[in-house]
Design a protein around this ligand. Structure first.
Ligand code: GLN
Length: 538
C-alpha cells in the first residue's frame, strides 16, 4: 500500500446505541493531542443515499458539513471533539455505495462481468474507506461501522474490513469492538456471554477483534477482564472498560485512564506520548462547575427526542461553559403553544430559541412564541425556520400584512414574505437539492451580529429551500426589523435583527453546526450571555 496512513475500524456488538461515535471521537481526540492528524468516517448500512431524507424521529438530527453533505449526527461529535471539519467523504451509506456501483455498471465500466456484492460492492466500500487516507492529509483514519455485528446489512462492511486488513498488512489496521457487559441485578453479576458471542460472530466473518471496549454500568473486576481476554482471543491490556459517564465530554479522560490510546498505538506500531488535553480539561472543569444558571426555551416539534436537536443542545453546553453558566434547556412543543397558554409557557424563561424545521406542523405555535418574546423583550434566537417565523410574525403583527406566510406553508398567500428562489422552483427531487453547506455572509457594520462575530464576512452552513423574499425588505426595514447579514453575491438576506429589542436575532443558516469545544460559537455565547443579563435584570 502506497500511503502510510493507519486505519482503525470500530464495530459494535450486542446492541445498538452503545456510543461508538463518542468512543471513536474520544480516541481520535487522544491521538490528535499527541500530534497525529486524525479523521473519523462513518459507514451507515442503510439504503438511503444520505440521511437528508430521513425523519429526525427516526434518525436524529441531520448534520451538514462545510461542503454541503447531509450526514449522520455522529459527524457533529467528530467535529465538536476534534475541531476539524469533516466532508462528504466522512459519511458513506449503503445507498451511496450501490448508487455508484450501479452507475458504473450502466456506463459499461465492468466490461461485461456479473456485478456482485463481493468483489464489486466490497471494492467500492474499500475505495471509500481509503479516500481519506490517500488524500495525504491524515496519519490515522478511524472508520466507524454503523449497526451491530450480525445484522444482515452490515455483512459487506465486515467483509471489506476483513479484506482491508490483508491489503493493509500488519500493524497498519486494528479492529476495536465496542460491546456491552450487562449487569444482572437479580444475580448481582456482570455478564460476559453476550460479548463472547458477538466476538465469535465477528470471527465467523473472518475478523478478529484486537481491542474490546466494554460499556458497563459497574467497574469490571480484574478476573472478568482476564476471562474476556481469554475467551475473546485478545491480550489483557486490550480489554478496555467504558463505564457510564455523566457527560460525553468525560469519555476522552476515561479512555486515557484505561490506556486505549496506548494499546491502539502499540498495535499500529506508532509512538505513544502523553496527550496534551489541557484545553479540553479546562472546558470540562468550566462545564461541571457553573457559577449560575439560565433557562432557555427550545421551541420545536421534535422536542421529545434529544437527538433531533443534538447540535443545538451541544452548542448550549459549549456556550454555557464559556459564560460560566449552566444552560437548562426547556423543550416547548410548538404544536401545543397558543395565544391562551403562551404566557404560562414562556414567561419564566430567560431566553427563547425557535428551532429549525420543515413543513406546516407546529408553525403557528412558533409564530405565537416569537410574538410573545418580541413584545416582552425576552432574548430571541431564530434558526432557519425559526428566523423565517420571526419574519412572518413581524409582517403579520407589526406591518399588518394580512396572511403573511412562507410559500412552504401556504402557496397562495397574498404576502409571501418567505418564498422559493427561482432555481429551486423547478426542483422535483427531494434529496440533496436544498441550499446546502457553507455560504459567505457580509455583516452590516454597527449591527449586533457584527459586534458579536467581530468580522466583516462570515461563513456559515445552510440547509433550506425557502428564503427571505427581497421584495419585502424595504417595507420590513421601515417597520424596524433589519437585514444585517447578506450573501455578498446573491444579496439573499441571511440575518435579521430588531435593534429596538435587547436581543432579537434570526439567522437563515445553522450556527449550531460549527460550535466546538475549542471554538464555542460566538452567536450562542452572546445569546447565553444575553439570557444571563435578562435574568439578572428581572
Ligand atoms: N423549511 C424551511 C426551508 O426549507 C427551513 C429549513 C430549516 O429550518 N432547516 O426553507
Amino acid at each position: 500500500m502506497s500511503s502510510n496512513t493507519k486505519y482503525i475500524f470500530v464495530t459494535g456488538g450486542v446492541t445498538s446505541s452503545l456510543g461508538k461515535g463518542i468512543i471513536a471521537a474520544s480516541l481520535a481526540k487522544l491521538l490528535q493531542s499527541q500530534g497525529y492528524k486524525v479523521t473519523i468516517q462513518k459507514l451507515d448500512p442503510y439504503i438511503n443515499v444520505d440521511p437528508g431524507t430521513l425523519n429526525p424521529y427516526e434518525h436524529g438530527e441531520c448534520y451538514v458539513t462545510e461542503d454541503g453533505a447531509e450526514t449522520d449526527l455522529d459527524l457533529g461529535h467528530y467535529e465538536r471533539f476534534l475541531n476539524v471539519p469533516t466532508s462528504q467523504a466522512n459519511n458513506v451509506t449503503t445507498g451511496r455505495i450501490y448508487q455508484s456501483v450501479i452507475q458504473k455498471e450502466r456506463e459499461g465500466k465492468f466490461l461485461g462481468k456479473t456485478v456482485q456484492v463481493v468483489p464489486h460492492i466490497t471494492d467500492e466500500i474499500k475505495r471509500r474507506v481509503q479516500i481519506l487516507g490517500k488524500s495525504g492529509d491524515y496519519d490515522i483514519v478511524i472508520t466507524e461501522i454503523g449497526g451491530t455485528v450480525g445484522d444482515i446489512e452490515s455483512l459487506p462492511y465486515i467483509e471489506a474490513v476483513r479484506q482491508l486488513r490483508w491489503d493493509l498488512g500488519e500493524n497498519n489496521g486494528v479492529v476495536i469492538h465496542l460491546t456491552l457487559i450487562p449487569y444482572l441485578s437479580a444475580a448481582g453479576e456482570l455478564k460476559t456471554k453476550p460479548t463472547q458471542h458477538s466476538v465469535k460472530t465477528l470471527m465467523e466473518s473472518g475478523v478478529q477483534a484486537d481491542i474490546l471496549v466494554c460499556r458497563t454500568e459497574h467497574t469490571l473486576p480484574k478476573d472478568l477482564r482476564r476471562k474476556l481476554a481469554l475467551f475473546c482471543n485478545v491480550t489483557p491490556d486490550s480489554v478496555i472498560q467504558s463505564i457510564d459517564a455523566s457527560t460525553i465530554y468525560d469519555v476522552p479522560n476515561l479512555m486515557l485512564k484505561e490506556g486505549l490510546d496506548k494499546v491502539v498505538l502499540k498495535k499500529l506500531d506508532l509512538e505513544c506520548t502523553k496527550p496534551n488535553i489541557s484545553n479540553w480539561n479546562k472546558f470540562v472543569r468550566r462545564h461541571k462547575n457553573p457559577k449560575s444558571e439560565v433557562t432557555i426555551g427550545l421551541i420545536g416539534k421534535y422536542v421529545e427526542l434529544q437527538d433531533s436537536y443534538k447540535s443545538i443542545l451541544e452548542s448550549f453546553i459549549h456556550a454555557g461553559a464559556e459564560n460560566g453558566v449552566k444552560v437548562i434547556v426547556e423543550s416547548v412543543h410548538s404544536e401545543y403553544l397558543n395565544e391562551e397558554n403562551v404566557k404560562l409557557m414562556l414567561s419564566h424563561l430567560d431566553a427563547v430559541l425557535v428551532a429549525p424545521g420543515f413543513g406546516e406542523r407546529g408553525i403557528e405555535g412558533k409564530i405565537t412564541a416569537v410574538k410573545y418574546v418580541r413584545e416582552n423583550k425576552i432574548p430571541f434566537l431564530g434558526i432557519c425556520l425559526g428566523m423565517q417565523m420571526a419574519v412572518i410574525e413581524f409582517a403579520r403583527n407589526v406591518l399588518k400584512l394580512e396572511g403573511a406566510n412562507s410559500t412552504e406553508m401556504d402557496e397562495d398567500t397574498a404576502n409571501p414574505v418567505i418564498g422559493l428562489m427561482e432555481e429551486q422552483k423547478t426542483i422535483k427531487n427531494k434529496g440533496g437539492t436544498m441550499r446546502l453547506g457553507a455560504w459567505e455572509c457580509k455583516l452590516l457594520q454597527g449591527s449586533k451580529v457584527s459586534k458579536i462575530y467581530k468580522e466583516d464576512i462570515i461563513k456559515e452552513r445552510h440547509r433550506h429551500r425557502y428564503e427571505f423574499n427581497g421584495e419585502y425588505k424595504d417595507q420590513i426595514e421601515q417597520g424596524g426589523m433589519f437585514a444585517t447579514g447578506l450573501n455578498p453575491k446573491t444579496k439573499l438576506v441571511e440575518i435579521i435583527e430588531i435593534p429596538d429589542h435587547p436581543w432579537f436575532v434570526g439567522v437563515q443558516y445553522h450556527p449550531e453546526y460549527k460550535s466546538t469545544v475549542e471554538n464555542p460559537h460566538p452567536l450562542f455565547v452572546a445569546f447565553v450571555k444575553a439570557a444571563l443579563k435578562y435574568k439578572t435584570s428581572k
